[in-house]
Design a protein around this ligand. Sequence first.
Ligand SMILES: *[C@@H]1O[C@H](CO)[C@@H](O)[C@H](O)[C@H]1NC(C)=O
Ligand SMILES: *[C@@H]1O[C@H](CO)[C@@H](O)[C@H](O)[C@H]1NC(C)=O
Ligand SMILES: *[C@@H]1O[C@H](CO)[C@@H](O)[C@H](O)[C@H]1NC(C)=O
Ligand SMILES: *[C@@H]1O[C@H](CO)[C@@H](O)[C@H](O)[C@H]1NC(C)=O
Ligand SMILES: *[C@@H]1O[C@H](CO)[C@@H](O)[C@H](O)[C@H]1NC(C)=O
Length: 527
Amino acid sequence: MQAYISFLRSRLSVLMLAWLLLPCALSAPASNPQTSLHWKNCTVENFPFIATLQVPEEYISLLGSAPRLDCADLEVPVDWDHPDGKKFKLGMARYRASGTSKRLGTLVYNPGGPGGSGAETAMGQALGIALYSNKTTDHYDVIGFDPRGVGLSTPLKCDPKLYNARASTLPTMKAEFEKLVNSNKAWGEGCKKLTGDLFDHLDTISVARDLEALRAAIGEGPLNWLGLSYGTQIGQLYAQFYPNLVGRMVLDGNVDHSLSETSALLAEVTTYENTLHQFFNWCNTTATVEECPFHNKNLPRLFKNLIAKAKKNPIPAPGCKGDPGHCKSQASDEDILYNVQPMLVVQDPVPSSQSGWAGLAQALNEAMNGNATLLSSPLASDETDPLFPYIAVGCADWTHSAKSVSDIQYKRQMAINIAPFTQGISQSYLTQVACLGWPAEVADPPQLLDPKQMAKAPPVLMVNSLHDPETSYVWAEGLRNQIPSAVLLTRNGSGHTSYPLGGATTAVIDAFLVDGVLPPQNVVLDS
Ligand SMILES: *[C@@H]1O[C@H](CO)[C@@H](O)[C@H](O)[C@H]1NC(C)=O
Ligand SMILES: *[C@@H]1O[C@H](CO)[C@@H](O)[C@H](O)[C@H]1NC(C)=O
Ligand SMILES: *[C@@H]1O[C@H](CO)[C@@H](O)[C@H](O)[C@H]1NC(C)=O
Ligand SMILES: *[C@@H]1O[C@H](CO)[C@@H](O)[C@H](O)[C@H]1NC(C)=O
Ligand SMILES: *[C@@H]1O[C@H](CO)[C@@H](O)[C@H](O)[C@H]1NC(C)=O
């Protein structure tokens, strides 16, 4: 078990548990419309990545009899405007309450992404990786929720070759802009062809409706929800549509889905840059030499030099070799800046993280010595690669209105002025540029939550850290203003989301989930 756990520990990341999927076999369709869940042992029959990840068979086989774990799926309409039309399968895994304390009900959990699999977290938990707190799992069955297109749910399918062939997101000439739009479009059209009707309905409005179908099928009354990162966007939309059906809702690492492109970008590049500076300071002051080899060195300058060097000549990534390689054989400035952002997500390694900030320090050090393997961009290898939903869902949820190369350059110039180290390269930027030419509508465009609906919602606990590399505190404030009943709890620290850290913030989240106790407004905690 230990090897598998350390394997998982090195793989799982909080934001996007995207490198390892352990799907259950999908069970036979129930009667139509399906109104209850039929739980079965999870199995590994459809596990698509077993070969590439080299997980030992004996550990995988444990899934079928892992304690407290089971799997189910639910048939849901592809298009909620046509509920009698085509259906797809919403897959899920459940980690059952310990039985040692009073069971309060079911908590539905989503780790974010878009593209992160909740089912995978339930499976990880059952195999011994503490992704949920003991207090949570003493009192709740936790259902790991996989949105449409993700994980155990009917997957988004795309051509990995077309994904890997997409053009640079930093066009500086008309021809490069056209190449970008055309390569995005070609990849998207491949997804549409392979996925079918579901492709046009990957937006989060549809996901929130799926979640209501799940709540009804659980059959225990209101929805208890713990959403991290993108999971906050699912939760807030659910609360807008079904305010009277909200039970205990926690939103951790908040997305404000009301912003224009430049506002969203501005907040994100600022918080990424700010957290990078927290990392620089940590390296220079708090970290041991083993954790960060840049003591008494001017890391900010070295970082800038690395980016400039990679811009001139991409840095080799010899560890990415293979056929097909799992990452690009070299890393450009663009690759490095996209990949540093998620490496800031967890400061200290926790079970659900990769290697924490020490891992980032190591990756930078190796890159400065000519080996950028750890900063190279991942490549897709499979038709259901978990890399895909991130972009496809983003394209359905966020506008991407640049019409020319100069539209992109103005945006970047603004970002570079504000964030000279990270230069605007960020998740918001990726969505705004990688979705140009996308062959599906923006079905869930950014807008403020409906104040009349939100006025009906019961208390919601929001949590955000001050130095979050991905979801800015500015977004948390913006969302708080749209949820009159929200209490915002602040963690005075770095990193994206707080529940998985198991600190004082987790204890306050549990106090709300389990005891119904909300903290006062404006509490700031250190861990
Ligand atoms: C299902 O899982 C339980 C443990 O949770 C185990 O005892 C049982 O043998 C499993 N059933 C099958 C058919 O594998
Ligand atoms: C949580 O429970 C497990 C098993 O019951 C135990 O091994 C572990 O130490 C507990 N964790 C904490 C933080 O108390
Ligand atoms: C690193 O820390 C030293 C001592 O505290 C300080 O003098 C120096 O300016 C710091 N370097 C950077 C780049 O922050
Ligand atoms: C490059 O770095 C990777 C990741 O640390 C390592 O696995 C690989 O052996 C290194 N390759 C060379 C040629 O140094
Ligand atoms: C956060 O912590 C830092 C030092 O650890 C402190 O200087 C600062 O005042 C704190 N901020 C808040 C809002 O508590």
